[in-house]
Design a binder for this molecule. Structure first.
Ligand SMILES: NC(=O)c1ccc[n+]([C@@H]2O[C@H](COP(=O)([O-])OP(=O)(O)OC[C@H]3O[C@@H](n4cnc5c(N)ncnc54)[C@H](O)[C@@H]3O)[C@@H](O)[C@H]2O)c1
Length: 512
């Protein structure tokens, strides 16, 4: 028996017999882990042949498990025997719980649940795997809405070890507790969240792509550079444009618009006109052969990094204000063997380095009374260990920009240089992620620890949004947002009260 195939949790499931309606990508994944958890699973689908395909598909996975000695033959046989066919909906009559994974249409789901209410025992639970519809709205069509619940898995179900448990406004606590126990028995982390647009994970995921698209839309830099920065500096598994290409704009653009409108045009979720245009042009991503990247034999063509310019050392004067920032930049200058100026102001040809938070290079330079032609801003949010990022004012001379690039890359660390932006790239994206996560906590969508764990598992971020805020420093995140708001006037950047209170009190963002 294998850890990878069999769940580690040995709690017996609270139900014995489970029905699945819709045996597509999601239905078969749910069926697989339910059978592995010891349930008898009845499969139903409208389309002829769909159930056989699903059983063959799941059986194939178990066969491979046996070949790789991750599963015993006896277990595989037992699992296979527990997958039953429900030719008609009436064959689901004996199920304790039915999970639907049919088309994402409110009416179709309501009609199905109404039909199931006529067939099932009164105590049986009706669970929906919807990603974007209101559980309360689906339940409103039922005679007994207290037995209807959201049970939202992620694709691919066996590998994405998280399920959101979403009671509708009239779901009974008993049903919620038992469905949560079922999720645990199936080996998944259960994230209990309120029935709000995007629930928890898809709601928390709104900032990453939309802020990256905004940065691209402002011509700060190109998509490949934004991806590189977020992977190298931010520790994200993939950049936002790689992710948009993987998901496909037909799906992601629709999700961006849907959540934005469901929150009555909340500016924090505002989509970008860029994706609508690209969708119209058929640039969907991987599936259409071209998205932000072009795909050849399924592999993206990633443009090379721009070459580093030649530049000779010149004296450096550090205009960064915070002591820690000053020290980081001074170490860098000394490490490169360049002359560090210690006077009250820069000499006539010194390169001036500043380290703004949420401010652009221009505003920072002017505020400090420095010569804009010789000023370069360096992002210190993630330190200087990985990729180093710099931005320049429109007045910065090429010689000084080149000198800064040579200095930052002296030890072979990659460098990205781009035009002026309030908050570089990493600062903007991270601040928006932390802010959206904070607002989710503020709205009571889920408990703070649940928010973090669900985002790690569901979105694969290096940390959940609240832990990310604490990692980078919640006061710094707040300063980035406040400066972004002051400079742009865009309410997208207004800080969540959850973040502001905890940051100003010096408390962790996970403080309930
Ligand atoms: N694919 C994902 O990444 C993902 C993730 C989470 C949730 N979801 C949700 O899960 C549900 C299913 O998504 P999917 O990707 O598995 O879709 P899919 O198209 O792969 O499968 C849907 C299946 O349902 C069947 N079906 C459609 N209407 C039916 C009906 N009235 N009665 C019986 N069978 C019916 C279809 O024949 C098909 O086999 C949707 O609500 C979707 O939003 C999808």
């Amino acid at each position: 028996m294998s850890k990878e195939i069999l769940k580690a949790d040995t709690t017996p499931p609270p139900y014995q017999t489970l029905g699945i309606v819709g045996t597509g990508a999601m239905g078969r994944g749910i069926a697989q882990i339910a059978a592995q958890a010891g349930l008898t699973v009845y499969l139903h689908d409208l389309r002829d042949g769909a159930i056989d395909e699903a059983r063959e598909f799941i059986g194939g996975l178990w066969d491979r498990g046996v070949q790789k000695q991750r599963l015993s033959e006896t277990d595989a046989e037992r699992f296979r025997a527990s997958l039953k066919e429900a030719t008609t909906l009436a064959d689901l009559a004996g199920c304790d719980i039915v999970i639907e994974a049919i088309v994402e249409q409110l009416e179709a789901k309501q009609t199905l649940f109404q039909q199931l209410e006529e067939i099932l025992d009164d105590r049986a639970v009706l669970a929906t795997n919807t990603s974007s519809l209101s559980v309360t709205a689906i339940a409103s069509a039922c005679r007994r809405p207290q037995r209807v619940i959201g049970f939202h898995f992620f694709n691919p179900v066996p590998l994405m070890k998280i399920v959101e448990v979403i009671p509708g406004l009239r779901t009974s606590d008993d049903v919620t507790d038992r469905v949560e126990a079922l999720g645990k028995a199936m080996g998944h982390f259960t994230a209990r969240a309120t029935d709000t647009p995007g629930f928890l994970v898809n709601h928390a995921g709104r900032a990453f792509g939309t802020e990256a698209l905004r940065i691209l839309g402002e011509s700060v830099t190109d998509h490949a550079t934004i991806d590189r920065i977020l992977v190298d500096q931010g520790g994200f598994r993939m950049g936002p444009f790689t992710l948009l290409d993987l998901t496909g704009l037909d799906v992601s653009h629709a999700v961006m618009e849907s959540i934005y409108h469901q929150y009555y045009e909340e500016p924090r979720f505002r989509p970008s006109p860029l994706t609508r245009q690209r969708l119209t042009a058929g640039l969907l991503g991987r599936k259409s052969g071209e998205g932000f990247y072009r795909y050849v034999d399924g592999k993206p063509e990633v443009p090379d990094e721009p070459p580093l310019p030649d530049a000779s050392p010149r004296p450096v004067w550090i205009g960064a204000e915070a002591d820690e920032a000053k020290a980081q930049l001074a170490d860098l200058v000394r490490g490169a063997g360049w002359a560090l100026e210690n006077g009250p102001g820069p000499s006539a040809d010194a390169l001036c380095l500043v380290a703004p938070l949420g401010e652009d290079a221009t505003a920072c330079t002017l505020r400090l009374g420095l010569p804009a032609e010789r000023c370069v801003a360096v992002d210190l949010l993630a330190g200087l260990d990985k990729r180093r990022c710099l931005m320049t004012t429109p007045a910065t001379l090429a010689d000084y920009r080149n000198a800064a690039m040579a200095l930052l890359s002296h030890d072979g660390t990659p460098v990205s240089a781009f035009s002026d932006s309030n908050g570089f790239v990493l600062q903007r994206v991270v601040a928006c992620i932390v802010n959206v996560g904070s607002e989710i906590a503020q709205q009571g969508v889920a408990e703070p620890d649940t928010i973090d764990r669900a985002v790690e598992l569901g979105l694969g971020y290096p940390r959940g949004p609240l832990a990310m805020g604490d990692h980078y420093g919640s006061r710094r995140i707040l300063a980035i947002l406040d400066n972004l708001l002051a400079a742009t006037g865009d309410p997208r950047y207004r800080a969540s009260p959850w973040l502001r209170r905890r940051a100003t009190l010096g408390l962790r963002l996970t403080t309930p």
